[in-house]
Design a binder for this molecule. Structure first.
Ligand code: RUQ
Ligand code: CUA
Length: 764
């Protein structure tokens, strides 16, 4: 090692050949000292111990939280509450190139409405795909309330793959929810409107012409996409349908949706009419909608739907006649509706009523079978009585909103918005077990896999609507506050406050981290948004620039530390398309790409191919570069886009030469020899163990081999130049050999460390 050149030594030390600094115990504070200094109690310490994840440790659960108005999804870990990622969904997101490269633009274009881009979303409810009622970690769905849309995210790469626009709604709140095997992803409309997309009816015709509905999107798990042609909606009265949930177990095949403003009140404060809030909460009850979606799907298949905007809609009268749609009164402007894990009960929270109402699915079915209806609504829908269908009602406190479940049978948690509390209660016996205060005004709450058939217990997160005084002030707009609560014991314990500075996260879902199996790299040349081979992909050595008329198409590659090509020559007015393939296989070797002032950006993870497109509409010289700090020579990962005036002719045809001497060349050769010694020792280590049993190590070794394979060509060039005494060419090509060595050594050292950490075994 001591023979290494001065430049190489610090670099290799940093890469892992050094000796770790050992901290001195002198002067270190004790736990008691720290507690005193920071004013921490035993209880604080316990909370800290329950949430702290030491460096390199992993969280037990992964949360997907709605990003609210940011149109994104926030991913964080439990119990650490560390944010892991923002997933770009409805809104352009530059880091991921989302909305700045052609592949993601195509996904966003799926969310256009009336031919117009909508560049934000009001995300509310994420849902993880389920198999037999349990989260399976394959897909994620989320709705956009403002511009009724649903997005599909593939959890193999955490990328948004599809956005579908609801063809008949104008707003949508009660989605996304999945059926127990994710056959359908469904959503309920919120604010009633005419179902025909661009049809005007006056508010005076609200009762006759305005409608709500439930849309059931058919999900094709194999393709990982929603199939709009096989999807349908059930027309509903203009009752402001709200949250929903799918039946499971005995209630599989049914879905439940509550509503507010079944008064069908139309406000008009500016005309002297009492406002919506008064007219929409006047009655003591609203309606729980009970829909047999399995039967509805069959009826649509049998041709009983009508087409509105090319979409199958099952009319109310057909649904009534076929016995698949019922209503049950529920107390006063309710909010959440949550089916119990065993599927036998449906819990509705009162919002303006202190009660949660526990309906029995068995009783609902019995009443339907017996034809026991207390009335019909104005649209002819049979109304079951509360008395016949209720299991129990429990008074929990002020403003009950949402309910989640524990792994312990019969135990539920309900958020109390007005009281700013979480109530733990027994829904079988109908009694309150415990309450804890949160800060402040909780909306949704979430337990681990707590809306599935098999909740996991342990933790609860309170998604608070207000943070008020909890954090260092950052202006009038405050962060949201997600509070982690330990629910593993009889008494709930508050553990952690997490400020979330991105939109208003409405709902979140958690999954056991072990169920997630995301990929590390793409198959070389993949369009990640379609999962198909990308037509613009090339392998190393196949890079080319093709010109046809005024169209310039670049087939390029990215690998530490260069972009091929390094010059792109165009004329003003050319349409430029650049495809870039990241040739790396090593974990986390992402390269980015941008060109000065052309508003393009791409994130190119290992194996991915992306395209950026623009019109070279202004003469000039525009640097392009890699935007991810990918290697020691990341800054040198650069090139120029030359936009020449039309008909421009060069007057100078050679680049300025620099003075290099034979001594420079010799120094390069020495550096190469020294580095080779390091590479040999690393190779000797790797090949002495069972590295082939570790796919990630194999990937790094393959990447290293790629780099080493480039050496003979560069070596030939420096030797030829040296023979001609062209010391500039000789020195620089020799330097390039060393660059390939360094990258190979870097990968090799990473593979070595990885294998040591994973306990690779010696082979003979
Ligand atoms: S809900 S306001 Cu999920 Cu309580 Cu949207
Ligand atoms: Cu590649 Cu920086």
């Amino acid at each position: 090692m001591k023979r290494l050149s001065q430049r190489a030594v610090p670099w290799l030390l940093a890469a892992g050949f050094g000796i770790a600094a050992v901290g001195s115990a002198l002067g270190a504070e004790t736990l008691q000292d720290v507690m005193k200094r920071r004013g921490l109690s035993q209880q604080d310490l316990l909370a800290a111990a329950k949430t702290y994840v030491p460096t390199g440790g992993r969280d037990e659960f992964v949360v997907f939280s709605s990003g609210g108005q940011s149109g994104q999804i926030i991913v964080y870990g439990i119990p650490s509450m560390r944010i892991l990622k923002y997933i770009a969904v409805f809104t352009p997101e530059p880091w991921q190139g989302y909305g700045y490269d052609e592949e993601s633009k195509a996904v966003l274009a799926g969310g256009r409405i009336d031919g117009k881009d909508i560049t934000w979303g009001d995300t509310h409810h994420p849902a993880i795909s389920e198999t037999n009622g349990e989260t399976d970690g394959q897909f994620l769905f989320i709705n956009d309330k403002a511009n009724p849309r649903i997005a599909v995210i593939d959890l193999r790469d955490f990328e948004t793959k599809q956005i579908v626009v609801n063809p008949v709604f104008k707003s949508e709140h009660g989605g996304a929810f999945v059926t127990p095997n994710t056959d359908y992803v469904f959503e309920a409309s919120q604010y009633a409107a005419p179902l025909e997309p661009r049809k005007f009816y006056p508010l005076e015709e609200f009762n006759e012409k305005y409608r709500g509905g439930m849309t059931y999107w058919k999900f094709d798990r194999k393709e990982g996409r929603i199939k709009p042609e096989e999807s349908f909606s059930v027309e509903l009265p203009p009752y402001s349908q709200d949250l929903s949930d799918a039946g499971k177990g005995p209630s599989d095949g049914w879905s439940f949706t509550n509503s507010f403003c079944s008064e069908r009140y139309v406000g008009g404060i500016e005309k002297g009419r009492p406002p919506y809030e008064a007219g929409c909460s006047a009655k003591d009850t609203d309606y729980l909608h009970v829909i047999n979606w399995k039967r509805a799907a069959e009826l649509v298949k049998a041709g009983k739907a009508k087409k509105i905007n090319g979409h199958n809609v099952l009319p109310i009268d057909v649904a009534v006649k076929e016995g698949i749609l019922f209503l049950i009164p529920e107390p006063k402007s309710p909010h959440g509706v949550d089916v119990t894990p065993d599927g036998t009960k449906i819990i509705v929270a009162g919002k303006l009523d202190t009660h949660v109402s526990v309906y029995s699915f068995e009783k609902i079915m019995a009443a339907i079978k017996a034809g026991k209806f207390e009335s019909k609504d104005p649209y002819g829908i049979p109304v079951l009585s509360m008395k016949d269908t209720l299991h129990t009602q429990v008074s929990l406190g002020l403003g009950p909103l949402h309910t989640q479940y524990d792994s312990k049978p019969c135990v539920a948690y309900t958020s109390l918005y007005v009281d700013s509390q979480v109530a733990k209660w027994d829904f079988c016996e109908g009694k309150v077990l415990d309450k804890i205060s949160v800060h402040y005004n909780i909306g949704h709450l979430m337990t681990m896999e707590g809306d599935t058939a098999k909740p996991k217990g342990h933790y609860l997160v309170a998604l608070n609507k207000l943070a008020i005084d909890r954090f260092v002030p950052v202006g009038p707009l405050h962060p949201q506050n997600h509070q982690l609560i330990d629910i593993s014991n009889d008494k709930m314990q508050l553990l952690y406050d997490m400020p979330l500075p991105l939109g208003e996260p409405h709902y979140a879902v958690a999954i056991d981290a072990k169920k997630l199996k995301p990929a590390i790299r793409y198959k070389l040349g993949t369009n990640s948004r379609t999962d198909n081979p990308h037509p613009g992909a090339v392998r190393a050595g196949e890079e080319k620039t093709v010109r046809k008329g005024n169209k310039v198409e670049v087939f390029g590659t990215l690998i530490r530390s260069h972009i091929t090509p390094e010059t792109i020559e165009t004329e003003v007015g050319d349409e430029v398309t650049i495809h870039l393939t990241n040739l790396e296989r090593a974990e986390d070797e992402t390269h980015g790409f941008t060109i000065s002032t052309y508003n393009v950006h791409a994130s190119v993870e290992p194996g991915k191919t992306v395209t950026v497109k623009f019109k070279a509409d202004k003469e000039g010289v525009y640097p392009y570069y890699c935007t991810e700090f990918c290697s020691a020579l990341h800054l040198e990962m650069q090139g120029y886009l030359l936009v020449k005036p039309k008909g421009w002719k060069p007057s100078k045809t050679t680049l300025a030469a620099q003075a290099y001497t034979e001594a420079d060349y010799k120094a390069q050769l020495k550096k190469i020899a020294d580095t080779q010694a390091v590479i040999d020792s690393v190779v000797a280590f790797i090949t002495s163990v069972n590295y082939k049993d570790f796919p990630d190590a194999v990937a790094m070794v393959e990447d290293a081999t790629d780099q080493l394979n480039k050496i003979p060509d560069a070596k030939k060039k420096h030797e030829e130049a040296a023979a001609k005494k062209d010391w500039e060419q000789a020195t620089l090509w020799a330097e390039q050999v060393w660059q390939y060595q360094v990258k190979a050594a870097d990968l090799g050292l990473r593979a070595k460390t990885y294998l040591e950490q994973k306990g690779a075994k010696k082979v003979k």
